[in-house]
Design a binder for this molecule. Structure first.
Ligand code: HEC
Ligand code: HEC
Length: 159
């Protein structure tokens, strides 16, 4: 009985707020956000050379949280703050769902700056640095940096 009532009440609300994530990525939002595609790509691959991050396959709730943070100023970015402010809450949810559905890239061994850097990076990721009280990155970001839930983002394959 409860389920029937809930569905009846919720259906018209969600229909009224339907935003098309793919359309926002391609064309921007009605309230003036720039189209995401020019920086993050249609499939969320990003542009590493420009410092535009990959969004493909990141958790949808994580993405919404970042957009909210850019909009309220708790995460500072002169590029993303005006974009996030131009997205309604429904728009943010729609683009987040869209990018979360895209496949994350295959992680291949990328050339490190030096063998020393590769060794140090691996140690930080898997062991941390006890002397500075720094836990292993993977304790929060997952065994292979694949992310955990909606709070700890995937780092594997990020530029
Ligand atoms: C002009 C380029 C540009 C455009 C257009 C742009 N972004 Fe970004 N975006 C960036 C940059 C640069 C960053 C990294 C900001 C930082 O260094 O904190 C970023 C970061 C993000 C992040 C945080 C990713 C993470 O892993 O924490 C999200 C989410 C995001 N953008 C979503 C969007 C969405 C959605 C749109 C379209 C409505 C969009 N962006 C349009 C440049 C852009
Ligand atoms: C105690 C848990 C914890 C540990 C340990 C940790 N992180 Fe994080 N990290 C987080 C959380 C939570 C976020 C997301 C913050 C937010 O929502 O703004 C994050 C975000 C990041 C981001 C931004 C990713 C993006 O998509 O924008 C990077 C890069 C990152 N961490 C790298 C590291 C590295 C490198 C280490 C190890 C030296 C590390 N983290 C250790 C919890 C942790």
């Amino acid at each position: 009985m409860t389920v029937v009532v809930a569905a009846f009440v919720l259906a018209p609300i969600s229909a009224g707020h339907a935003a098309d994530g793919r359309a926002i990525v391609l064309n921007g939002s009605a309230s003036g956000a720039q189209h995401c595609e020019s920086c993050h790509g249609l499939t969320g691959q990003g542009i590493p050379a420009n410092g535009y991050p990959r969004l493909a396959g990141l958790d949808a709730d994580y993405l919404v949280h970042q957009l909210n943070s850019f909009a309220d100023g708790s995460r500072a970015s002169s590029m993303m703050s005006p974009v996030a402010k131009g997205l309604s809450p429904e728009d943010r949810r729609a683009v987040a769902d869209y990018y979360a559905r895209q496949s994350p890239p295959q992680v291949t061994d990328q050339a490190a700056d030096s063998p020393e850097a590769a060794t140090r990076g691996r140690a930080l990721a898997t062991v941390g640095m006890g002397a500075k009280g720094l836990p292993a990155c993977n304790q929060c970001h997952g065994p292979n940096g694949e992310g955990v839930g909606d709070a700890f983002p995937r780092l594997a394959g990020q530029s």
